[in-house]
Design a protein around this ligand. Sequence first.
Ligand SMILES: NC(=O)c1ccc[n+]([C@@H]2O[C@H](COP(=O)([O-])OP(=O)(O)OC[C@H]3O[C@@H](n4cnc5c(N)ncnc54)[C@H](OP(=O)(O)O)[C@@H]3O)[C@@H](O)[C@H]2O)c1
Length: 261
Amino acid sequence: MFAEQYGPWALIAGGSEGVGESFALKLAAQGINLVLVARKAEPLEALAGQIRKAGAVQVRTLVQDLTESDMLERVKAATAGINVGLMIYNAGSVSHFSPFLDDTVDETMRMVRLGVVAPTMLAHHFGDAMRRRERGGIILVGSMAGYAGAPDEIVYSAGKAYSRTLAEGLWYELKPHNVHVLGLIMGLTRTPAMDRLGLNMNNPEFPPDEPDAVADEGFAHLAEGPIWNVGGKAEAARFMSSAPRAEAVGFMAKGAKDLHG
Ligand SMILES: NC(=O)c1ccc[n+]([C@@H]2O[C@H](COP(=O)([O-])OP(=O)(O)OC[C@H]3O[C@@H](n4cnc5c(N)ncnc54)[C@H](OP(=O)(O)O)[C@@H]3O)[C@@H](O)[C@H]2O)c1
């Protein structure tokens, strides 16, 4: 049933580590072939090798920075001749925290391409084919940071607000075509990228989610859409969405201070 709706191939943009790795292993267990995209070849090939060794599914890899201008052409080439029934846009974390004006405009625009441009292009490309086939699914990974402007990661949080809105609208438009769309909103999650950022994973106020649990929640709620707040954070999401905006931003700033010191 799962493979009939979302197979025979899935593409995971950001499919080498953390939640992307969990998505990949769970899809392979469902018999869905994989196209995995990431920048660093080593973890990407290690995961692909592990899945191929199990022998159940085929795996294609694409070493690609999703913010580069040739991204769509290279993704099209990597998916030539196959039907992608599930597109997961997972890549997107910040590499550092800094005030808006302390980043160069080039760094800033890179975040716009990562959080806004690339998911839009991939949702358009794969969504079109899914609509024609009358089946499929799209998961856009979001963040609690998308519920209010988050100081020191403003463009990231603005991109996540965009991504959530994109998921909601696409969910409505593609539902009659049997294409399921989910904005999967994550809170703090234990991933290699967060280890590299040095985030505090031991703050009792913000206990991290685990990648496998996040992926399970994503698949469990994909068919219903449009938004799923991971790890029981629906109430926090409601608060952040409905609070007076100064209060919401203040709450975000305090949370960031607790996490990054
Ligand atoms: N972890 C958290 O606490 C947390 C909280 C809220 C939301 N999220 C969201 O969850 C998603 C996954 O986050 P994460 O913590 O695992 O970190 P991440 O840095 O987004 O990494 C996830 C995957 O994306 C790939 N990737 C990152 N930047 C890329 C780029 N420019 N081009 C191609 N691939 C790229 C990574 O491999 P390479 O580095 O090799 O490219 C990795 O496979 C993101 O969308 C993030 O915003 C995470």
